[in-house]
Design a binder for this molecule. Structure first.
Ligand SMILES: *[C@@H]1O[C@H](CO)[C@@H](O)[C@H](O)[C@H]1NC(C)=O
Ligand SMILES: *[C@@H]1O[C@H](CO)[C@@H](O)[C@H](O)[C@H]1NC(C)=O
Ligand SMILES: *[C@@H]1O[C@H](CO)[C@@H](O)[C@H](O)[C@H]1NC(C)=O
Ligand SMILES: *[C@@H]1O[C@H](CO)[C@@H](O)[C@H](O)[C@H]1NC(C)=O
Ligand SMILES: CC(=O)N[C@H]1CO[C@H](CO)[C@@H](O)[C@@H]1O
Length: 579
């Protein structure tokens, strides 16, 4: 208790005058070279430049660029293009990798009764080797010539432009891998994240230097929990428990906030990711948008709110907009991420605290168990007291600027149930009300999945886009409510989703990173880049639902499932360890 309060005072919400650059690598984060190449649009996607590798070292590259500036004063786009061609090369930093534990016939398939869905499960399982990557040795030899941060173990990438490791994506990828029986790959991926944590002091948004100053929803302990439940690998816990604690401390030391609500003071986390200037990988977009503000202070605040929004994983969304009326309407210039206390972040953190407490108990470290379980309890009760909305019967993000709950539909509103961040007694108490809220919101009524919001802002984490992780959160939250009606609703949401993804797969032979809630199987749009194919977490969530509901799920209403006895439920139950 005491500890949290002391830390909270240290972290006031003011932006320091001197912020660190986006990362320590000048070429990729803090140079005129970056500025000019991005602002003159040498590449149409801002991420392309910062993903290039330097042919020579940083000193040589920057000296050559100085020379170009001396010669030209203000180089043209063509001169910049020529410079980039001479000094950079499109990094073939990764090579394809077939996971050694990959099987074409994983056990979970036997638990899917509908033939068409069983084939779908097999098709999705077969995508793992396509997304497998490992880092080439030369990146380890000359790490300073790359924006990629090398990690030891091979991994599964999300796909498309996301060709490195992403923090929160990895949670749903690992979930899928474990269903496919790929424990070694899952373990290696967790170890990679821990390697990044060890190197940077926290887990960055992704394994690129330009993501250095930003983390993402802290799901590491939840990943370890998934892995441990499956393997009971106590040595793994023992080896890594120190790192898990280190991550909790990072969040407690950097992202904590105190706020008043109804004459009481609360302490929770929010996203706060201060560094100087635009995001290097979206430099042109951020810089252009920032010019709409007339003062340097507002521009700086805008950059930090943008980066904090990216840290949330919801880049971008009306969830982070506060307009002149205190509403979530408006556009990106209304972004105020740091003024909002997010339900999902705090639910995830409460879960992480509880997991680490549990792991310490398993390791026999009772003092550490008591320490973390006390904080976990405190987090759960603060969520209940400050974010539960008795009027609407749901949890809401809290707006610290206007001192009010943000009464809007977002799937993240049910995150406390998903993350087990609600005490059992309260789950029972809130159960009918949460169901009622979901019904009245109409958020679950769409044929193509659960949309991220009911507002069409043009941003990619808003209507009509439906994102796999959010659908998974809703399904698991409903399951956690425990009553028959909620379980029935969970099944329906999952079935709608699997059918939509199947239609998209039949039509395109691809899985997408996001879908359109209004048009089943159509990929989503909006935001800053084109839709990406692959796709790590999409595959993970479909596998999750196929594994969970395989006995009853059908590809369409006309399917008549064979009688239970004709499939081998027993072998499935033993293989997967769950259900
Ligand atoms: C960079 O490369 C140049 C030319 O190869 C070399 O002379 C110089 O010592 C290197 N500098 C550093 C810091 O490695
Ligand atoms: C560029 O010009 C400045 C001042 O004229 C000089 O100090 C610097 O050495 C020059 N740099 C290069 C790389 O020529
Ligand atoms: C900022 O202003 C520019 C024009 O100067 C405009 O194109 C851009 O859309 C504006 N950004 C936002 C987020 O409104
Ligand atoms: C499956 O597990 C059950 C206990 O959960 C056990 O009784 C049974 O023998 C196992 N079957 C196989 C095929 O391993
Ligand atoms: C914009 C940003 O900071 N970064 C990335 C963080 O990771 C997500 C994927 O989970 C990307 O969408 C963002 O581009």
């Amino acid at each position: 208790m005491l500890r949290v309060i002391v830390l909270a005072v240290a972290a006031a919400s003011i932006i320091a005058e001197e912020l660190p650059p986006s990362c320590d690598k000048k070429v990729y984060c803090d140079s005129q070279l970056l500025h000019l190449v991005q602002m003159k649009r040498v590449f149409t996607d801002s991420k392309t430049f910062v993903d290039l590798q330097m042919k020579q070292n940083e000193t040589t590259t920057l000296a050559a660029f100085d020379k170009l500036i001396n010669e030209t004063n203000d180089p043209t786009k063509e001169q910049l293009q020529a410079f980039v061609d001479e000094y950079f090369v499109s990094g073939a930093e990764l090579e394809d990798w077939t996971p050694t534990d990959y099987s074409t016939d994983p056990a979970f398939l036997a638990g899917i009764r509908d033939e068409k869905l069983r084939k779908f499960g097999r098709d999705i399982n077969n995508i793992w080797p396509i997304l497998g990557r490992k880092i080439k040795p030369f990146v380890f030899d000359q790490p300073n010539q790359h924006s990629l941060i090398p990690v030891t173990h091979p991994f599964i990438v999300p796909g498309g432009r996301f060709k490195e490791i992403y923090y929160w994506d990895t949670y749903w990828i690992i979930e899928g891998l474990l269903i496919s029986g790929m424990r070694d790959t899952a373990k290696g991926m967790i170890e990679n994240l821990i390697e990044l944590l060890n190197k940077l002091g926290h887990i960055p948004n992704g394994s690129r230097w330009y993501y250095q100053e930003r983390s993402q929803p802290p799901l590491l302990a939840a990943m370890v929990s998934l892995y441990f439940r499956e393997t009971k690998d106590i040595k793994f816990l023992k080896d890594n428990i120190g790192y898990l604690e280190k991550e909790l401390d990072y969040w407690l030391q950097t992202q904590i906030v105190t706020f008043d609500k109804d004459d009481k003071t609360f302490t929770l986390l929010r996203y706060d990711s201060p560094s100087e200037g635009p995001r290097p990988e979206s430099y042109f977009e951020d810089y252009s948008d920032a010019q709409n503000f007339t003062t340097a202070v507002r521009r700086t605040e805008f950059y930090v709110d943008i980066k904090s929004g990216a840290e949330s994983g919801w880049d971008f969304s009306s969830r982070w907009f506060i307009d002149e009326n205190g509403d979530n309407t408006g556009h990106l210039l209304h972004i105020h991420t740091r003024e909002i206390v997010p339900v999902d972040l705090n639910a995830i953190f409460a879960n992480a605290l509880q997991n680490v407490a549990f792991f310490q108990a398993r390791l026999g470290n009772l003092r550490r168990f008591v320490h973390w379980s006390f904080l976990a309890k405190q987090w759960r009760s603060t969520i209940e007291e400050s974010l539960w909305d008795e009027k609407d019967g749901i949890w809401y993000d809290y707006d610290m600027l206007n001192h009010q709950p943000r009464r809007y539909f977002y799937p993240s509103n049910v995150a406390p149930l998903w993350m087990g961040a609600v005490d059992k007694r309260k789950v029972k108490k809130h159960s009918a009300r949460v169901l009622e809220y979901l019904k009245l919101s109409h958020g679950l009524d769409f044929p193509g999945g659960v949309p991220s919001s009911l507002i069409n802002s043009g941003e990619q984490w808003d209507f009509p886009n439906a994102w796999p992780p959010l659908v998974s959160i809703v399904v698991n939250a409903l399951e956690a409510l425990g009553n028959v009606e909620a379980k029935d609703t969970a099944f329906k949401v999952a079935q709608t989703w699997v059918r939509a993804c199947l239609k998209g797969f039949d039509d395109n032979k691809q899985m997408f990173e996001k879908y359109d809630a209004e048009q089943p199987g159509k990929f989503g749009g909006g935001g800053e880049y084109n839709v990406q194919e692959g796709f790590g977490w999409s595959n993970g969530v479909v596998l999750e639902f196929l594994a969970k509901y395989g006995r009853t799920l059908t590809a369409d209403d006309s399917v008549k499932l064979a009688p239970e006895s004709s499939y081998d439920a027993a072998s499935y139950e033993n293989e997967s360890g769950e259900k």
